[in-house]
Write a protein that binds this ligand. Structure first.
Ligand code: PLP
Length: 417
């Protein structure tokens, strides 16, 4: 019997349940594989929405979570603290560049973005500056599904355009890829500098907006212009953080230090819900005062969950003890070799590879249901969306599994383009 109660109980994400194929029942995971109830074993090409960088069920993370579960699965974070959170905050501060030292822990990427937006807005209020109510974001961007995060997603193509009337009005620019776009960004920042609280960007790659990459120089230009206009820069590294682009954090490739940085997804190696919003000292100091009203008024019930912090600490151990960044760069080379020839296929608009991210963009949107079915037939779990099919595998994926993914993508693209 199919295990799917979409019609009666379980409401599914991003899915028109009436027409969508029923979900597949997963019963186990291991390495870079997902095992289905019918016995099939799929090679996971997207590492569970880009999270499982160490592959599934890494024993070091599983052991750390089990130990923590026996000791203290959860405790509220208001008025209490605990070693897993203290240790994690200190380790993140040490790993991040500059004085990105002040770590606020929450429980999802969207909430990490909400916290970043609130930090920026309240930083100005605490400094006695009012009227800075808008954020400058980039077309093609995606920052999450909650109301504030939705407001900084691409206003036209984004998944949230239907909610426009409910969302705060923000300012959108093109990424400064050309001189004209750089001048336009500079002009927009100058024209709106009294009403802007911050600039937000996904460094090096706009993920859910279509796996659109940009060179480090573009990120450096954004950082330079934000600074020139006195605005804090929020780097949303929820997708890019922890090796996905070939370096631990994408900002490193442009040599920039944002004022606020958001992490989630791979923070726990994809095992537990956890996110972090990390601020530079200058931002933090705007909240350091005798005035209770100047405190950051945010505190999710499950923030700094000890199990999740234990998982994150274990994940950071693995970045120290296992060659994750080398693995990411090796994946990059294989993706380049395997996917680049698809540029010659008529109907393929572009192939993009950055770190352990490979995307093939069709000239016209493909028949997604058919594409997904063909990929499944080939034993791989890959979820094309819009006009792209992409791979973001575990950084530990064995060579044979990666070859299977690349071969499957190459075959279905050639069939469908
Ligand atoms: N920001 C970026 C760049 C993301 O890619 C995502 C999720 O895909 C989010 C924010 C939202 O994270 P979450 O789904 O954990 O709320």
């Amino acid at each position: 019997m199919a295990l799917d109660s979409s019609r009666t109980h379980l409401w599914r994400p991003y899915t028109q349940m009436r027409v969508a194929a029923p979900p597949l029942e997963a019963v186990a995971t291991h390495g870079s594989r997902v095992v289905l109830a019918d016995g099939r074993e799929l090679v996971d090409g997207i590492a569970s929405w880009w999270t499982a960088v160490h592959g599934y069920n890494h024993p070091h993370i599983a052991g750390a979570v089990a130990d923590q579960l026996a000791r203290m699965p959860h405790v509220m974070f208001g008025g209490l603290t605990h070693a897993p959170a203290e240790r994690l905050a200190a380790r993140l501060a040490a790993l991040l560049p500059g004085d990105l030292d002040h770590v606020f822990l929450s429980d999802s990427g969207s909430v990490a973005v909400e916290v970043a937006l609130k930090m920026a807005a309240q930083m100005w209020l605490n400094r006695g500056v009012s009227g800075r109510t808008k954020v400058l974001s980039f077309r093609g961007g995606y920052h999450g599904d909650t109301m504030g995060a939705m407001s900084v997603c691409d206003p036209e193509e984004g998944m949230h355009r239907r909610f426009g009337a409910y969302l705060p009005t923000q300012l959108f620019c093109d990424l400064p890829r050309t001189r004209v776009q750089t001048e336009a960004l500079d002009a927009a920042l100058a024209a709106h500098r009294e009403t802007l609280a911050a600039v937000i960007i996904e460094p090096l790659v706009q993920g859910a907006g279509g796996m659109r990459t940009h060179p480090p120089e573009v990120l450096a230009t954004v950082a330079r212009l934000a600074r020139a206009h006195g605005l804090p820069l929020i780097a949303d590294e929820i997708f890019t953080g922890f090796g996905r682009t070939g370096t631990l954090f994408a900002c490193g490739q442009a040599g920039i230090v944002p004022d606020i940085l958001c992490l989630s997804k791979a923070l726990t190696g994809g095992t537990m819900a956890l996110a972090a919003t990390i601020a530079r000292t200058e931002v933090f100091e705007a909240f350091w005062s005798d005035d209770p009203a100047a405190a950051l008024m945010h505190g999710p019930t499950f923030m700094a969950n000890p199990l999740a912090c234990a998982a994150a600490n274990a994940s950071l151990d693995l970045f120290e003890t296992e060659p994750r960044l080398d693995q990411a760069r090796a994946i990059e080379a294989r993706l380049r070799d395997g996917l680049s020839p698809l540029r010659q296929v008529p109907g393929v608009a572009e192939v993009r590879v950055l770190g352990a991210i490979g995307a093939v963009q069709f000239a016209r949107p493909p028949e997604l249901a058919l594409l997904k079915a063909r990929l499944l037939d080939r034993g791989v779990w890959v979820r094309p969306f819009g006009d792209i099919v992409y791979l973001t595998p575990a950084l530990t994926i064995p060579g044979a599994d990666l070859d299977r993914l690349i071969d499957a993508v190459a075959a279905v693209v050639t069939e469908q383009a």
